[in-house]
Design a protein around this ligand. Structure first.
Ligand code: B12
Ligand code: SF4
Length: 495
């Protein structure tokens, strides 16, 4: 069958710091190729809508699958699905990915028939089963399928992550993918899922709190296929098990594979497995993202981070001693006032790390979606990107954005200002010589993207599709509700 897979365009954050290949969609593509389908993939982060229309006209796909990992992309994908049905009325349109797995029914309703099926959970199992079921229209037999008739069978987890490895060759324009100075950069997955259960996060509810890994052989095989000099390791929490990180490192050393790496992990994991991170530093690990989220005990407890300020501070010291460039994330509560922003600015300027600020956002699929007692001030999907305030702000909304943008600008100048630029000018010059302009462009774009007027005015735009309303405050205790959050149901109780 002719299948076209589509990744939607970027959100605000990606306009600046990074743009990454659609790894999940590439894995879905690989599973479909293995089943003998004729598959094409277009990523609207690096292609235009006109290119998609051209593909539809020339390739005449019998099925079109959209990736919907981000809630903020819902309106775009619903509109694109409607457009596909106008151009190719007989084509089956399906949608899968992280966020849509939590809002399948409302998205089907928004599409008004333009989306035939939403596939919840992992696409490597769902998509091939869907295409196999199409001739008999037995859609409700497909694991994870939800149609306008309602949900069918529960989604099925992939037996082994070793197969299929992502079909990276399908996308094109790979030089457009980058993260900061790692330009160009590819992405790789070593593990999937997270055993922790932070209240603001849906990584654990999606994968049923499971944690699986590729075998080191398969992980290194995938690495060997990557041509780019930079590699973003997409794991939720890298190197939770020291022995896995060690074995991959050993094989990479043996095969003389050297890259620059970026990864994300937890402070307690860094402290526990310090030696693995040191070994990876020798292999080319330069950048690390640590989700601190809050500076005080109270905040960490509220987010159920299961860590302490002392552990976090110790982890920052260790990362510095290894010589890693560290980016940390702090979650701004819409309740913050000028004093609180000022406190965070002062703290952020006092540490050498890159500090990133996101806005506390209750997402469907997270525990805060159920328990957040404050009412949403907007249900416009596009504003659910952790850069907008969707809960009531203590400050007037425009003032909140002024404080947020000012804080982000102060923090960005620390790393993107003239002094920092002088430090990176060698890198930029080298990249420009090789025709890589992503990082250089990013340095100049900051003020147009992070802008209080722009952020505020986005609240005033008319929303054609609205996120379902939250329940009227929690009525049952959280443990009972937690079960309903899962996309893939946990196989056993995790500690
Ligand atoms: C890597 C990553 C990124 C990368 C993006 C990579 C990319 N190009 O997609 C970067 C760093 C850029 C990023 C940015 C952001 N991210 Co992010 N990210 C992740 C992370 C850690 C892993 C995603 C991943 O690559 N997984 C590995 C691949 C193999 O899996 P996958 O993409 O999920 O695909 C599988 C399924 O989803 C499904 N699937 C996917 N597409 C399709 C399509 C079809 C047709 C089918 C059938 C199935 C299917 O099958 C795939 C294979 O099993 C997830 C957490 C998580 N565990 O999912 C958060 C996560 C998705 N991100 C999140 C957020 C909030 C963001 C930001 C908004 C954060 C910010 N600070 O601004 C930005 C927005 C980015 C944007 N769209 O422009 C949230 C999503 C929130 C939401 N509900 O919308 C998550 C869940 C993290 C969290 N803590 O809750 N992110
Ligand atoms: S925030 Fe990180 S540690 Fe917490 S549940 Fe999500 S992925 Fe796991």
């Amino acid at each position: 069958m002719r299948v076209l897979l589509v990744h939607p365009s970027t959100l605000m954050y990606s306009e600046i710091f990074l743009r990454l290949e659609p790894l999940g969609l590439e894995r879905v593509a690989a599973a479909l190729l293995a089943d003998g389908h004729d598959v094409r993939l277009i990523d609207l982060q690096v292609y235009r809508k006109a290119d998609l229309e051209r593909q539809l006209a020339q390739f005449q796909p019998e099925a079109v699958g959209f990736s919907l990992n981000y809630l903020a992309n819902v309106p775009e994908v619903v509109d694109l699905a409607k457009r596909v049905k106008v151009i190719l009325p007989g084509c089956t349109v399906f949608v899968g990915g992280h966020s849509v797995s939590f809002v399948a029914e409302p998205v089907l309703a928004h599409a008004g028939g333009a989306i035939d099926v939403v596939l919840k959970g992992e696409g490597e199992t769902g998509a091939p089963a869907l295409l196999a079921a199409l001739p008999d229209r037995a859609l409700n037999e497909v694991p994870g399928a939800v149609t306008q008739d309602g949900p069918g069978r529960p989604p099925r987890m992939l037996h082994s992550l070793d197969d299929p490895l992502p079909a990276r060759h399908l996308g094109g324009r790979r030089r457009k993918y980058f993260i900061g100075v790692m330009d160009p950069a590819a992405s790789v997955e070593f593990t999937r899922g997270c055993p922790w259960d932070c209240s603001f996060c849906s990584a654990w509810t999606f994968y049923g709190r499971s944690y699986r890994r590729l075998s080191p052989d398969a992980a290194v095989e995938d690495m060997a296929r990557i041509a780019e000099p930079g590699v973003f390791i997409v794991d939720d929490v890298a190197f939770i098990k020291a022995e896995d990180g060690d074995e991959i490192a050993r094989q990479l050393e043996r095969r003389h594979i050297r890259k620059q790496y970026y990864l994300e992990t937890r402070c307690d994991v860094l402290l526990r497995n310090e030696e693995v991170f040191r070994r990876w530093k020798r292999l080319g690990l330069n950048y690390m993202f640590l989700g601190l989220e809050a500076l005080d005990e109270e905040g960490l407890t509220a987010f159920r981070k299961r860590t302490t300020p002392a552990v976090n501070n110790k982890a920052l010291e260790v990362a510095r001693s290894i010589g890693l460039s560290v980016a940390i994330n702090i979650i701004a509560d819409p309740d913050w006032d000028e004093t609180r922003f000022e406190f965070v600015r002062q703290w952020a300027m006092s540490v050498p790390e890159i500090v990133n600020i996101t806005v506390q956002t209750p997402y469907p699929g997270t525990e805060t979606w159920l328990t957040e007692a404050r009412r949403l001030t907007t249900r416009d999907y596009r504003l659910f990107d952790v850069q907008h305030a969707v809960l009531p702000t203590r400050l007037p909304l425009h003032r909140f954005y002024e404080e947020l943008v000012n804080t982000q600008a102060v923090l960005a100048r620390k790393h993107l200002g003239m002094a920092a630029l002088a430090k990176t000018s060698g890198i930029v010059a080298r990249q420009l010589l090789h025709g890589q302009t992503n990082f250089a462009k990013m340095i100049w774009k900051f003020n147009t993207v992070y802008n209080a007027d722009r952020q505020h005015s986005e609240h005033l735009e008319e929303a054609r599709y609205l996120l379902p309303a939250q329940a009227e405050r929690p009525t049952v205790p959280v443990p009972a509700q937690r079960k309903e959050l899962f996309v893939h149901v946990p196989l056993r109780r995790s500690g």
